[in-house]
Design a protein around this ligand. Structure first.
Ligand code: ADP
Ligand code: ZN
Length: 727
């Protein structure tokens, strides 16, 4: 059907969303949709599914209908699209019938590119459905959270079943189904139930490289959590706990410890629940203590940590919960506290009465979860293998791989172990010896052995540490482990030398560690980051949207690292599309300029990867934004009147365009407004007590001052402050 070159797709991605490259399989998925094929995209949470239908929606002629099950999520996505200057709207039961009718009418008139609907808004009977759709003139159907159509999935919703009518009524319109469900049965079921025709199926890796995994023994878990959160005061995070009561208790204790935290669980009424969710999205609460009921539909991109106070009952759940961290691709921590007591507790829950099969499945999944916690190796590798992916051993971003090792003299420990082996007759396994040396009161230990002097002399080390010592002794040929299946330990000549103190034994041991010790902030300036966050929050409050809808954390970080000072610079910052540059660019440049001046810094844009600069050039050669066109003409020496005439727009519009270049210093305001006039305008601005609207200023000044002049003066005043510094 329609074909788009890679260059065009990248240009559109940059233009609408401000991103420089596609993530995961986004590009192939988008190409498949644009070629008219039914498509299924399977990506982990945070993988970037939305772009897979949003970008085609913008490139195709008609309307894209998006089915999404979660009202909160829907509103968020629409807010984010509108913040990028895209015509999007939603229809769901939270709106009045009048509102719904208005939006439907706008969609009918072709004024909406993306329409999100809740499945219950879609008519049930086929004829009404057909009419509903026909009026909208759709060119693409997108079905988010597509696993909801399958009873095999973890969140079956019967109203999804009517979505099969898409293909039966409109066989020629492509459908894209999106899910994070990794499970094969569910995937096949989605294809069958949606009646997809010969679909392209794309499965992305489930690896989330920016999430760091840690497992800690559950000793003083609460103290460790407080410590962790205090070290990451500016970050948002979720603490998961098993029961409703414990979420309330932990939240209360956190508040007592001076950490503002709210709790969330399914026992609360829905109004309280959405209040907590909203407060979290808007950063009013940075920490939520919740049962696993929290998170479905929380599309907050800058969750920096997920802590499991209690064990999860399976890897699927654990992975989904940890996956809520770091959707923006920045480093995030997943920390779990593990205890055998939790395993016991969960075993009771795993028992399904009169259903031994289901019980066995749940027990097995719990067992795998336990293995993960006790795993002596790369955690990421374990997780990837669990999901059927190969992963090489060393990830460098889990507690195992990050553990700093310490070398120490273990001669005495080795002597204790060897002498235990000798005393018990060189007839026992490593497990027996370790239990014996640690003074286990198990009945499996021979009562006579319990009388020996070596019984219990190794209590000071943990079981794992003894296992490690045995393994290292074997590797170094300092002890013999029989090759038969019994693994009996005995001594050799070298062991005796060691036992007599004629040789030494050094060993490399693991140190226990918490997340963060290895963290690196890449040199981001915290003071500047806070200024940028404050500005973002102020804009977000004014527009009544969550802060990350304005700009993501990673975009702020790029600003703080590269210090862009002009609109041209901003174009190279990931997350700043044309629309956002026009709307918010000058505010951010103002803050950055001020900061750079105060601290004697210069821009670091030259350090940005050259590849992006190159791509930038190809974009620049194309037709640029309307603001830029006026600016280019002005730079060529044309007057405002000339530009207005040439472009067939009002002179005040041109003035508005050029005003945007004042805070950056690319245009000097004295070229436009005589000093005395400027002084009067600024006096008027000050008397209005606000810094954005030009109407109140115009009301004071009257006809001798144009809106364009006032807008320029506003930009100037916001950027430079009072006029006295200007002579
Ligand atoms: P999912 O729906 O798969 O959980 P989202 O569509 O919400 O994921 O995307 C997750 C995050 O990644 C969002 O913050 C989004 O803005 C960001 N993102 C998506 N695509 C890109 C891209 N190509 N480059 C950079 N960031 C992206
Ligand atoms: Zn690892």
């Amino acid at each position: 059907m329609i074909s788009f070159t890679q260059e065009k797709l990248l240009k559109a991605l940059k233009h609408f969303f401000g991103y420089d490259e596609f993530k995961h399989s986004q590009q192939v998925v988008i190409e498949s949709v644009l070629s008219g094929r039914d498509t299924m995209a399977i990506m982990p949470t945070g993988g970037g599914k939305s772009i897979c239908f949003q970008l085609p929606a913008l490139l195709l002629d008609g309307l894209t209908l998006v089915v999404s099950p979660l009202i909160a999520l829907m509103k968020d996505q629409v807010d984010a699209l509108v913040a990028n200057g895209i015509d999007a709207a939603f229809l769901n039961s939270s709106q009045t019938p009048d509102e719904q009718r208005r939006i439907f009418r706008e969609a009918e008139l072709g004024k909406i590119k993306l329409l999100y609907v809740a499945p219950e808004r879609i008519p049930k009977d086929s004829e009404a459905f057909f009419e509903f759709m026909l009026k909208l003139n759709p060119s693409l159907f997108a079905i988010d959270e597509a696993h909801c159509i399958s009873s095999w999935g973890h969140d079956f919703r019967p109203e999804y079943l009517k979505l099969a009518a898409f293909k039966t009524n409109f066989p020629h319109i492509p459908v894209i189904a999106l899910t994070a469900s990794a499970d094969k049965i569910t995937q096949n079921d989605i294809v069958a139930r949606l009646a997809l025709v010969n679909p392209n199926i794309f499965i992305s890796s489930f690896n989330r490289p920016n999430i760091y995994y840690y497992v800690q023994p559950k000793r003083d878990a609460f103290g460790k959590i407080v410590n962790y959160i205090n070290k990451h005061k500016d970050n948002s995070g979720i603490v998961y706990a098993l029961s409703r009561v414990s979420t309330e208790n932990i939240a209360r204790k956190l508040n007592e410890a001076g950490i503002k935290a709210a709790f969330y669980h399914a026992g609360m009424d829905s109004a309280s629940r959405s209040r907590v969710q909203d407060a979290f999205l808007r950063d009013e609460y940075k920490v939520i203590v919740a049962t696993i009921a929290f998170g479905m539909g929380i599309d907050k991109s800058n969750v920096r940590f997920v802590i499991h106070h209690d064990l999860s009952k399976n890897i699927e759940g654990y992975y989904q919960e940890t996956g809520r961290a770091g959707r923006d691709g920045l480093r995030s921590d997943a920390l779990l506290f593990y205890s055998i007591a939790d395993v016991m507790k969960l075993r009771n829950f795993a028992i399904v009465d009169d259903n031994p099969e289901q019980t066995a499945i749940s027990m097995n999944k719990l067992h795998k979860m336990q293995n993960y916690c006790e795993h002596e190796g790369c955690r990421r590798q374990y997780l990837m293998n669990y999901f059927g992916e190969n992963f090489p051993g060393y990830c460098g971003s889990c507690d195992y791989c990050l553990t700093s090792l310490e070398e120490r003299d273990a001669t005495v420990d080795a002597q204790k172990l060897l002498s235990a082996v000798v005393r018990t007759g060189e007839r026992h396994t490593a497990t027996y010896i370790i239990n014996f040396i640690r003074g286990s009161d198990s009945e499996k230990i021979n009562p006579a052995h319990k009388e020996l002097r070596t019984y219990g002399i190794g209590k000071d080390l943990k079981r794992e540490e003894w296992q490690w010592i045995v393994q290292q002794l074997v590797v170094n040929d300092l002890i013999v482990k029989s090759a038969d299946p019994y693994n009996i330990l005995s001594l050799n000549e070298r062991s005796w030398k060691l036992l007599k103190g004629e040789t030494q034994f050094r060993i490399i041991m693991k140190k226990e560690r918490m997340p963060d010790e290895s963290s690196d902030d890449g040199g981001t300036d915290v003071g500047l980051m806070n200024k940028l966050k404050d500005l973002r929050l102020a804009i977000a409050k004014q527009e009544n949207v969550p802060a990350y809808v304005i700009l993501g954390d990673n975009t702020l970080e790029e600003l703080a690292v590269y210090l862009p000072l002009t609109f041209e610079d901003l174009k190279q910052i990931s997350g700043f599309g044309e629309f956002k540059i026009g709307k918010y660019g000058s505010y951010f440049i103002t803050v950055l300029k001020k900061y750079v001046e105060e601290n004697n810094l210069t821009t670091r844009m030259a350090d940005k990867e050259p590849k992006k600069v190159k791509r930038e050039k190809t974009i620049k050669s194309d037709k640029s934004s309307t603001q830029e066109q006026s600016y280019t003409m002005y730079k060529r020496g044309m007057s405002i009147a000339e530009i207005a005439a040439e472009r067939e727009i009002a002179p005040s519009t041109v003035e508005g365009h050029l005003a945007a270049y004042i805070p950056t210093g690319e245009i000097d305001i004295v070229d436009f407004i005589p000093f005395l006039k400027l002084e009067r305008i600024i006096t008027a601005i000050k008397s209005t007590g606000q810094l954005t609207a030009s109407k109140p200023v115009k009301d004071i000044l009257g006809d001798d001052y144009s809106y364009g002049e006032i807008r320029m003066a506003l930009e100037y005043y916001r950027a430079k402050g009072d006029i006295t510094e200007f002579k």
